[in-house]
Ligand binder design. Structure first.
Ligand SMILES: CC(C)(COP(=O)(O)OP(=O)(O)OC[C@H]1O[C@@H](n2cnc3c(N)ncnc32)[C@H](O)[C@@H]1OP(=O)(O)O)[C@@H](O)C(=O)NCCC(=O)NCCSC(=O)/C=C/c1ccc(O)cc1
Ligand SMILES: O=C(O)CCC(=O)C(=O)O
Ligand SMILES: [Fe+2]
Length: 363
């Protein structure tokens, strides 16, 4: 039964932990109680809130038309965007809009489940580490919490997904999204590797570039006092590439490259598009030619927002470091060889802290 707790009591962090984390209500449960004020644990320090004066409205990340993807100009635009922006959107990518709409429906269906049903997939209760329902990013490590719930699905095989993934998110529809997107991922990685003088993606490289896949279903409920908190704090992804499907609400901001770099660019929702970004693993493999760029999501005072990123990663057992092809010209390696699962564990065990994760791999 949902507790009838007054706003004031929610300033107590043990109530937050019990209601939101242990009982699986998430911030969605909190939001649906119609809170008038943001509970204290969600108040972010001033420097972590996105100040409007830091937003550059006239700038935009590149939008790349994939319809003639074999044209060298497309490859050149992709490599250029990965070097200069670390982020771009693709249109006419051949993933049908129904596939994207279906995965959004699946996301709503999962988050609309009662708390006790979702809680079956929490860290404590889930039948597998590969399926996890949670809230915020790393609640044990964070000083201030983030206004987001998520379901994280680590893809091992279609058989395992059929057995373990929540039936309500219509596994087939999430799997279809992964399958259809994989084709685009391969094209993009091919272009990015050619840009690094890597002529062939053999089995070893295939594993380093796309040896594992994680999909998150993100839910950002309506928030009282959205300007005091964040949906997701500043971070870079630890993937090689991330493919992000967002809905029509907006709220994702990317660090720009003007002046001192303390400026943020909105990623406008475009129906049918996919947002692509470089993650730390590709920054490391490319010896920093391609950049994983910081991004963040603001909270929204009037609308619920969802997003569905696919994180394309090395295999957890892969050792990552700058590729030999990149160092052939005598370039000095910036990064050492690290076990990818150590890198990911380091990321998950701390709060979001901008671009700091990559220091773990620096020489
Ligand atoms: C290390 C992994 C993640 C888990 O391995 P495990 O053997 O099941 O290890 P543990 O169960 O001991 O988990 C290690 C730590 O990671 C935590 N963790 C285990 N999955 C999770 C999980 N989905 N979520 C958030 N903590 C977790 C887990 O709680 C634990 O923390 P701790 O309890 O403090 O020791 C392993 O699957 C692995 O190496 N995977 C490689 C592929 C991979 O997942 N890559 C990450 C792509 S995700 C990405 O780029 C960005 C994600 C992101 C996500 C949210 C954001 O806000 C922003 C960005
Ligand atoms: O929701 C979004 O737009 C982005 C989420 C994100 O950055 C992530 O899950 O890594
Ligand atoms: Fe991200």
């Amino acid at each position: 039964m949902a507790p009838t707790i007054g706003d004031r009591q929610f300033t107590d962090s043990s109530i937050i932990t019990n209601f939101i984390i242990n009982r699986g209500n998430g911030v969605k449960g909190l939001s649906e109680m119609g809170l008038k004020a943001l509970p204290k644990p969600y108040i972010q320090p001033l420097e972590e809130r996105l100040c409007i004066s830091k937003i550059v409205p006239q700038q935009s990340i590149p939008i790349i038309d994939m319809s003639h993807w074999k044209n060298p100009q497309v490859a050149s635009a992709v490599c250029d965007a990965a070097e200069k922006w670390g982020f771009f959107q693709i249109v006419n990518h051949d993933v049908p809009v129904e596939v994207l709409d279906n995965v959004k429906d699946a996301t709503y269906r999962f988050f609309d489940l009662p708390a006790d049903q979702k809680n079956k997939y929490s860290k404590e209760n889930s039948a597998s580490n590969n399926v996890r329902f949670g809230t915020s990013f790393s609640p044990e490590a964070e000083k201030s919490l983030e206004w987001k719930d998520y379901l994280s699905l680590f893809f091992v095989s279609e058989e395992e997904a059929s057995m373990l993934w929540p039936p309500v998110c219509r596994r087939e529809q999430v799997l279809d999204y992964i399958r259809r997107t994989e084709v685009v991922i391969k094209k993009l990685l091919q272009m990015l590797m050619e840009g690094l003088n890597v002529k062939e993606i053999d089995e070893t490289k295939r594993s380093l570039l796309m040896g594992s896949i994680r999909t998150n279903l993100n839910y950002y409920p309506i928030c009282p006092d959205p300007e005091l908190t964040v949906g997701v704090g500043r971070h870079s992804d630890v993937s090689t590439l991330t493919i992000l499907l967002q809905d029509e609400i907006g709220g994702l901001y990317v660090r720009g490259n003007q002046g001192d770099g303390d400026n943020w660019i909105h990623v406008p929702p475009i129906k049918g598009s996919l947002v692509i970004n470089v993650g730390d693993a590709l920054q490391i493999l490319s010896n920093s030619r391609y950049k994983s760029v910081e991004h963040r999501v603001i909270a929204n005072g009037t609308k619920n927002r969802i997003s569905v990123p696919i994180f394309v990663n090395p295999k957890p057992t892969d050792i990552i470091g700058p590729l030999v092809e990149v160092l052939q010209n005598g370039e000095k390696p910036i990064y050492k060889q690290v076990l990818y699962s150590d890198y990911v564990k380091h990321f998950f065990r701390k709060a979001h802290d901008g671009k700091k994760t990559v220091e773990f791999a620096e020489i």
